[in-house]
Ligand binder design. Structure first.
Ligand code: SF4
Ligand code: SF4
Ligand code: SF4
Length: 241
């Protein structure tokens, strides 16, 4: 189901706004922690390229760079789990809520066979129970669920990412910079079979798939037009999800 077709509208948009604010906060906090640890001063990248490898000025660039996964290339193998120098990988699964279908039968949460629709550990695809499934609404007789990752439990096995690709593909893997040591030679990058690990400017550490980028832009436009149409009208929506 596409985001445009989803009946979860105003309520979801407000939830999204809250989550994006939180994600932005996490990103900023991570970048700040990175700068603090490395002793480098924050500087804004002037290029519109999303990765340093795509930037024509890369050869002379002295701005801080960090590792990130390009979701357009990642095949969600298990090497992010096994090849990080940290005991618990710096890579974590992330859900793009703008792209998520909020499916009852989530193929990133449930295996494809021999399961029932409940949250028993035996019915979960995730080997560590890192994905929380929360009922949020029922519309037109169809229940909707929100899926969030407990990053302290995620081991970056990629199983949920592979499963989610059977539907919307909203789950993807990203390097978390509050954990990553920013090794000069990242051992996952060396082992990655898809050349999905790349350097990005430290001030824009997030990389989205093309579908997720399009979904976030569509949602931002929808939020903007909603804000304009509701200007001056008191909002009476309780909660975010
Ligand atoms: S090693 Fe590469 S392809 Fe495999 S999960 Fe990590 S980024 Fe994706
Ligand atoms: S990447 Fe693996 S451990 Fe992390 S949430 Fe997905 S299935 Fe669970
Ligand atoms: S740079 Fe080092 S700590 Fe970060 S993901 Fe790669 S191996 Fe792990």
């Amino acid at each position: 189901m596409s985001q445009e077709e989803s009946p979860i509208t105003r309520r979801q948009m407000l939830g999204d706004a809250t989550r994006y604010a939180a994600l932005g906060g996490i990103g900023s906090l991570s970048a700040w922690l990175f700068y603090k640890r490395s002793g480098q001063a924050a500087a804004a990248c002037p290029s519109s390229s999303s990765t340093c490898g795509e930037c024509s000025q890369a050869a002379g660039c002295r701005l801080p760079q960090i590792w990130q996964i390009d979701p357009n290339r990642c095949i969600a193998c298990d090497r992010c789990q096994t090849n990080c120098v940290l005991d618990l990988s710096a890579v974590k699964a992330v859900n793009c809520f703008a792209l998520c279908g909020y499916c009852d039968n989530c193929t990133g949460y449930f295996p494809t066979k021999d399961y029932v629709l409940d949250t028993g550990a035996e019915n979960q695809l995730c080997p560590t129970g890192a994905i929380a499934r929360m009922y949020i609404d029922k519309q037109g007789g169809v229940p909707y669920f929100e899926y969030t990752i407990d990053e302290s439990l995620c081991i970056a096995c990629g199983k949920c990412v592979v499963g989610c690709r059977l539907m919307n593909g909203s789950l993807y893997l990203q390097v978390r910079h509050d954990r990553c040591l920013n090794c000069n030679e990242c051992s996952i990058a060396v082992a990655c079979p898809a050349e999905a690990f790349c350097r990005v400017p430290a001030d824009s550490p997030r990389l989205l798939s093309r579908a997720a980028q399009a979904a976030e832009e569509a949602l931002a436009r929808k939020r903007s037009s909603h804000d304009k149409s509701s200007k001056g009208i008191e909002m009476r929506v309780g909660g975010t999800s």
